[in-house]
Design a protein around this ligand. Sequence first.
Ligand code: PHE
Length: 460
Amino acid sequence: MTKERGSFSRLGFILAAAGSAIGLGNIWKFPYMTFENNGGSFVLVYLLAVAVVGLPIMIAEIVIGRSTQKSPVAAFLALKKPGWSIIGWLGIMTGFVILSYYSVVAGWTVHYFIKSVGWSIRGFGPETAATLGDQFGLFLSRPFAQIGYHALFMIFSMTVVIFGVKSGIERLTTILMPVLFGILLILVITSAWSSGFPEAIRFLFKPCQISPDSLLEAVGHAFFTLSLGMGAIITYGSYMKKDESVPRSAALVCVMDTLIALMACVVMFSLIFSLPEADRTQFSASIGVMFTTLPKLFYSMHGGFILSPLFYILVGFAALTSTISLLEVVVAFFIDQLNWSRIRATLLMGLTIFAFGILSALSLGAVQGLSVIRPLGGKSQGIFDTMDYLASNWFLPVGGILIALFVGWILPKAFSRKEVEEGHGPFRLHGLWIFLLRFVAPLAIGWIVYSVIILGKSFN
Ligand code: PHE
């Protein structure tokens, strides 16, 4: 294998980074968070969080990656700030942890795609609808199915990463991202004909009461959904060309990510608001809703037999472009730091993460001990939940604060200005950007960490 690092071509970075950002967080997590938080104002706060915390940190991550052309640990060494390479170490651990459980859920989308094709062919009657919850529970409790689909998704991700930056990641994302957008657009257009559509739009934009906890949830989610705080964007930034504009690319990725999240909300809410009032509570904050409630809704619509399989492919594609970025962070470290070949790094790390992920795969009902264990006291239950708790509440926010502080206070302003302006021209907002990194982002995220540590809240 060659040791050449590889780089993205034009648009390659944007699509790959958008691919990383757009994932289960947009299509599954954001709609139910918005639903739980009563819509409109939550969406507004979230948009604000993306603009004043997410976007500045995304630019900061790209600056670190592109200026050094190195993966996160090596990047801080190259910047002569070895102590800060802790950000890189934390990122590798976070990538490892998130991928281990994310791949489990991603695997379910494959199973439900197959199931859904079956329903479309054989028909989806009231008996099927009535047993969806039980079927899902049964699926979670079958160890071989859980491990098998998790394995399958890890194999998909490893295959792409083995092919490298250009012929693997870039090629796949440039095909999948437009397809994903197309499928979602079809779903949005179809939902515009449903009776719930007008209410869905109203719900998304109407002002409502908002609690401090929802504010924090919005900031925390901005991190997860934009793939920030763990070096994924530093790593992709290290493959970005110098003649591209950093601020413009970052802004575009944030806009695309937000647009997809809002489109997913329109689809889901249109489905839900087409139901009689009393049935709407089925849409609860559980991971299973995508598999237990949505099929019923799809098959009650015209064209549901096509829309339902399309939906699961969509979610699977979105998840795949995210899992490859998680794996790439880990793999790039072993290539850059230990001089491993790409094949070796991908196979060994992919297998290790797969093995670790088995614990999560079995912790949703298959193995009692893993499902009820509370390694952090009362904070989380079961391995799957614990991994998500640690990543969403601790690793990503802490990584995010450190990145903001590093670029805001430690990296010389002249250096960051030069990097941001390369390929962009004069960056008039440089002062504002540094201000957001120095004060606004650390305070907003510090507040999350404070609430998690002192007040014992959790936001996953
Ligand atoms: N952003 C992805 C999503 O919304 C998840 C992710 C987090 C991917 C961190 C990479 C890094 O689903």
